[in-house]
Design a protein around this ligand. Structure first.
Ligand SMILES: [Zn+2]
Length: 317
């Protein structure tokens, strides 16, 4: 049972709009909905993008051949398209990611555990924009399991994970690190754009019509420099690979990384090296899927650093 208050917030209306090939439109009765179902079937081996999923959900289906529709106004059967249209947008939109699929070989349900890229802001047809503020995660199988939720607070714009009785701040959002940046714009200009640059970079740009709300068209970058291995010679080191959250899941990161690989090969490099933080599992899985391997695991490599006083001290020995 649902309270009228909840109904006000979560309830939407969906209808099928049928358009005949002559352009006659007919809409069937409004059907209430509480969530939009997005099927993850066929996404065993790749990431699922909610942006693409929504596009798929609202894509018109063509009815032709034996599926032709009878159009009242044409007076006979004609080709037509059928489209889901939202007649009433709910205040809060729930997307249900359907992760269970029936497998006829094993005669049971299987869970599709692929990664899902969810944008912070999602545009759905009729230009409604929804801001992400909560994600519910399911662990386990069909008959047993556990739920947790990650929710953004309204006032301070921080994410918290709710897991039974435990509430913990969500680990390092990429943006939160910005407090620790010590490099200035002047440093970057000097170090990247002088005669003997310390680093190189490439930038991903989108056409003007796809710019962000803040007006940015530069939406991602990779920063790299050349290194050397006394065993295998020239190497390229990728220090940063960054794509703005709303443009993730569209292959931008992959394209940037591919370009770095291309530049490395062109410069005679045999290796592309980079580091990834251990909590960043989606990135790690992406790199592994591209044929990269973890040299911490396979070769026992650990990244070491000397900085500040220790660096000065080391230089004075
Ligand atoms: Zn018609």
């Amino acid at each position: 049972m649902t309270s009228p208050e909840a109904s006000q917030i979560f309830h939407g209306l969906l209808a099928n709009q049928i358009t005949c090939s002559k352009g006659h439109k007919e809409t069937d009765k409004d059907a209430p909905f509480w969530h939009l179902p997005l099927s993850l079937v066929n996404f065993y081996n790749q990431d699922y993008s909610v942006v693409n999923g929504i596009e798929e959900f609202f894509r018109p289906t063509c009815l032709n051949g034996e599926h032709q529709m009878y159009c009242d106004r044409c007076g006979h059967k004609v080709d037509a398209t059928i489209t889901d249209v939202i007649k009433h947008h709910p205040d809060v939109l729930i997307l249900l990611l359907k992760r269970f699929e029936f497998n006829y070989i094993y005669m049971s349900y299987f869970k599709i555990s692929c990664f899902v890229e969810i944008p912070y802001s999602l545009q759905i047809p009729e230009n409604e924009v929804y801001e992400l503020y909560a994600v519910v995660d399911h662990f386990g199988g069909l008959r047993g399991g556990h739920y947790s939720a990650t929710i953004k607070t309204q006032d301070e714009d921080r994410w918290y994970k709710f897991d039974d009785a435990q509430v913990t701040p969500e680990l390092a959002e990429y943006e939160k690190v910005s407090d620790h940046v010590k490099v200035t714009q002047k440093d970057l200009e000097q170090d990247g754009f002088s005669k003997n640059p310390f680093f190189h970079g490439i930038i991903a740009e989108v056409p003007e019509q796809h710019k962000t709300k803040e007006g940015h068209t530069k939406i991602g970058y990779a920063l790299y420099f050349y290194a050397y291995s006394s065993w295998s010679g020239r190497a390229i080191y990728m220090e940063d690979l960054y794509v703005m959250p709303e443009f993730r899941g569209k292959g931008v990161g992959k394209a940037l990384m591919s370009k770095v690989a291309q530049l490395g090969l062109a410069a005679g490099c045999h290796q592309l090296n980079f580091a990834v933080l251990d909590w960043n599992k989606p990135s790690m899985d992406f790199y592994l899927s591209q044929g990269c391997f973890d040299i911490t695991d396979t070769m026992g490599y650990h990244c070491l650093r000397c900085e500040g006083e220790a660096l000065k001290h080391l230089a004075q020995l």
